[in-house]
Design a protein around this ligand. Structure first.
Ligand SMILES: [Zn+2]
Length: 337
């Protein structure tokens, strides 16, 4: 007789988002009757839901969870005006980006509804894959390279593996933050960069939360973030620890971070905080004259005033402190010292 030592569940987050994901999930509410330790794995279950797992299943779980940050993702949100077609926006994007595709490269488009997947498939002239497909022929053709783009639904959003997905496109945001992240995770599994672009129509209605907060509203609000790093809100919701592109080692920068990177900093006038501490008496000689030029390798270091800083201080400073400006110098060092 064989002994059952423990029971494991993969993709435990589906308990909240799609209970019919696997037939075994029907058994999960009675899992304590096995009398053996149970464990679960997930890549996207947020901590606030993790705490509800024992009360839902009447047993204590060991959970193995990976943080959600993936350095390969290049996040971007593109808002499509009401007067324009979301389908056309995706078709135009695909026509542009597909030119750079190598033989093994592929693109997945996640749609919220079966009809969306069908209409996009028709516009692109490729088959689509969804719950009503009788077999996996559309996926097999896509893997074989007959078509390099595949419109699909949530059905392919979890547990699907193909290494060289270079673009994950969302036709509107997904149903929850967990679903969106699961769909993102189909991309870049070879460790190379993958563009994760969410096309959002302006007329999309704000969703509401059910009994459990699955991140529906957080995801909707994230899609409007144009200045903040696009990694912050998802990592805050999923990992309870906000992370930006600059904090993930070797991460590809999101569109918002890239924009900030190449955008000049905003003009902020230089001001000094008011202080109740009296100013120390200033020397009658300037700072530069109090420094003796240092000889190094036979070259004399020269002190030069910072002209830009001098002007800013002159404009912004209290008149009684204007003398300070004459003491601001930068020392230019000769190379090799
Ligand atoms: Zn970023």
């Amino acid at each position: 007789m064989k002994t059952l030592y423990r029971v494991g569940f993969e993709e435990i987050h589906k308990l909240w988002t799609d209970i019919s994901y696997r037939p075994a999930f029907n058994f999960i509410y009675r899992i304590s009757s096995t009398g053996v330790p149970v464990f679960a794995t997930t890549g996207s279950l947020p901590e606030h839901l993790l705490g509800t797992l024992p009360e839902l299943t009447s047993t204590v779980w060991k959970t193995i969870r990976m943080p959600s940050n993936r350095k390969e993702f290049i996040y971007e949100v593109r808002r499509v005006p009401l007067a324009s077609s979301l389908t056309n926006a995706i078709v135009n994007y695909w026509q542009e980006v597909s030119k750079s595709y190598k033989d093994q490269d592929r693109c997945l488009v996640f749609c919220r509804t079966l009809n969306d997947a069908r209409s996009l498939g028709n516009a692109l002239g490729v088959p689509c894959y969804h719950r009503e497909c009788l077999d996996t022929t559309p996926v097999d053709k896509w893997r074989a390279g007959e078509n390099k783009i595949l419109p699909t639904t949530l059905k392919l959003g979890c547990g699907f593996h193909y290494q060289h997905v270079r673009d994950v496109i969302h036709m509107e945001i997904s149903y929850s933050m967990m679903d969106q992240y699961q769909e993102d995770s189909r991309g870049g599994r070879d460790g190379l960069p993958c563009r994760v672009i969410t096309f959002c129509s302006e007329g999309f209605k704000k969703p509401t939360c059910g009994d459990y907060d699955l991140g529906e509203v957080a995801l909707y609000e994230w899609s409007f973030e144009s200045k903040r790093c696009l990694r912050i809100s998802p990592s805050n919701f999923l990992d309870n620890s906000p992370i930006s592109c600059s904090l993930v080692s070797f991460a590809s920068f999101c569109a918002n971070c890239n924009f900030q990177l190449f955008n000049p900093p905003p003009h902020l006038p230089l001001t000094f905080p008011a202080s109740s501490v009296p100013m120390p008496p200033l020397s009658t000689t300037s700072l530069s004259s109090r420094f003796t030029p240092i000889k190094a390798d036979g070259k004399i270091l020269k002190a030069k005033p910072i002209m830009a800083l001098k002007r800013s201080v002159q404009e912004d400073m209290n008149p009684s402190r204007k003398r300070l400006r004459t003491d601001m110098y930068v020392f230019l060092y000769t190379p090799g010292i």
